[in-house]
Design a binder for this molecule. Structure first.
Ligand code: PPS
Ligand code: ADP
Length: 199
């Protein structure tokens, strides 16, 4: 139960503008969403590499990794996934306040929770990247052998099999990862960021 009665918000002395002057770039969230196996982690890490080599202050928050620590108390029910995304949204906001470009790679299956994160941030700070890959291709890739476990019933509530995925209706960037190479996907994202003067 939240109780904000005795909590005081401290306005930081160092502003976003100060941080922008120091790093030479603004801070944003590149929010990847898509089915398991669609390529979120692969493309997010390739974008991270590219930005890092350009001297940009970036950091990747990845689904599996965050579930090892911060969110290890959460499973894959709808409610747990919603709480997962709520916490990650708050963490992403802290990273944005710290001046970074934060790249997140979570299935984030529900439109409402992704919109909630968008609304936590200032206009333009949330860049939704839909890694659009048909289920049968994700299942063919099956990099962690999770689809085969889901089909055999060993894993329950698996996204795309017996748990829903709501595709974004209006993402800033949409990547057909079954049609583009990883390099082409990175190019598409970087050219968006350049066009918007983000980098
Ligand atoms: N039931 C079920 N459904 C979906 N995914 C599962 C499940 N069980 C384990 N995994 C593994 O957990 C990764 C997804 O975690 P996320 O935090 O991104 O999921 S969510 O946003 O809360 O829906 C996901 O990682 P990615 O494959 O990288 O998407 C899986 O490796
Ligand atoms: N064009 C592509 N873009 C991204 N991943 C691809 C592509 N073609 C094949 N793959 C493979 O698909 C798998 C995607 O896995 P991963 O990046 O972990 O996806 P997710 O994080 O969405 O679960 C990797 O094994 C990757 O090498």
């Amino acid at each position: 139960m939240s109780n904000l009665n005795n909590i005081t918000w401290h306005e930081p002395k160092i502003t976003n503008e100060d941080r922008r002057n120091q790093t030479g770039h603004g801070s944003y969230v590149l929010w990847f969403t898509g089915l398991s196996g669609s390529g979120k982690s692969t493309i997010a890490n390739a974008v991270s590499n590219y930005l890092y080599r350009q001297g940009i202050n970036e950091y990747v928050l990845d689904g599996d990794n965050v579930r090892y620590g911060l969110n290890k108390d959460l499973g894959f029910s709808d409610d747990d996934r919603k709480e997962n995304i709520r916490r990650i949204g708050e963490v992403a906001k802290l990273f944005v306040d710290s001046g970074k470009i934060v790249i997140t790679a979570f299935i984030s299956p529900f439109c409402s929770e992704r919109e909630q994160v968008r609304n936590l941030l200032k206009e333009g700070e949330f860049i939704e990247v839909f890694v659009d890959c048909p289920l049968d291709e994700c299942e063919r890739r099956d990099p962690k052998q999770l689809y085969s476990k889901a089909r055999s019933g060993e894993i329950k509530e698996f996204t795309g099999i017996d748990s829903p995925y709501e595709a974004p209706e209006n993402p800033e960037i949409s990547i057909r990862s079954d049609q583009l190479s990883v390099e082409q996907s990175v190019e598409q994202i970087i050219s968006y960021l350049e066009k918007k003067n983000i980098i």
